[in-house]
Design a protein around this ligand. Structure first.
Ligand SMILES: N[C@@H](CCC(=O)N[C@@H](CS)C(=O)NCC(=O)O)C(=O)O
Length: 211
């Protein structure tokens, strides 16, 4: 499989973790999201993903899949072990909810495009953009901190979709200097996950395009 990725993309980071957890080999195709206004905006990448975002996964038969949660679900459906969701429907809904706090509520507000829009179209100072970024991470993390179960992982003793989404968001929060002292459970889950090779190999600094 081929993964269109960018080392700092947290959505691509989710898919890298998922591929590693399933033990699936893949080739990384780097799409630089910053240089020259973003190589993701070039026609050749638009032809791959009309949304012009990473990740995009080229499945074995050549279909291009986009949206990290859809890709992760595809991987879980085609390679059921180890499962990304618990067996019990209530526990599954809880794991999905944690994942969606990150993927639907925190990340879209703090992604490259909205931040660039705040800067270039709304003419906001960098300090205001940083405050915006911190605000949405902290609000989401307060909810996650209250919802995380006794560990070591976000939903208990097994790694789930919740961890796959949480760890990349924590990496972004650290990079943007969001204080994490108020979130000991999140920090603990992050450490437990990163002790696993599948998570460690997916880290931004361990990617072929890392800078
Ligand atoms: N909801 C999407 C988000 C994908 C996304 O926004 N990726 C970012 C990087 S984390 C991106 O490609 N941004 C480029 C841009 O916004 O121009 C997913 O989960 O795959």
């Amino acid at each position: 499989m081929k993964l269109y990725s960018y080392f700092r993309s947290s959505a691509a980071y989710r898919v890298r973790i998922a591929l590693n957890l399933k033990g699936l080999a893949y080739e990384t195709v780097s799409v630089h999201l910053v240089k020259e206004g973003g190589h993701n905006r070039r026609p050749e990448f638009r032809a791959v993903n009309p949304q012009m975002r990473v990740p995009a996964l080229v499945a074995p038969a050549g279909e291009v899949l986009i949206q990290s949660l859809a890709i992760i679900e595809y991987l879980d459906e085609t390679h059921p072990a180890p499962p990304f969701l618990p067996g019990d429907p209530i526990a599954r809904a809880k794991a999905r909810a944690l994942a969606q706090i990150v993927a639907c509520d925190i990340h879209p507000l703090n992604n490259t495009s909205p931040l660039r829009y705040l800067k270039n179209q709304m003419h906001q100072e960098q300090s205001a953009i940083d405050a915006w970024y911190h605000h949405w991470v902290i609000e989401g993390f307060e909810a996650l901190e209250a919802l995380i179960e006794p560990g070591p992982y976000a939903c208990g003793k097994d790694v789930t979709l919740a961890d796959i989404c949480l760890v990349p968001q924590v990496a972004n929060a650290r990079r943007l200097k969001v204080p994490l002292q108020k979130f000991p459970k999140i920090v603990g889950v992050d450490a437990a996950c990163l002790a696993l090779s599948a998570f460690d190999r997916a880290r931004p600094e361990n990617q072929p395009d890392a800078e």
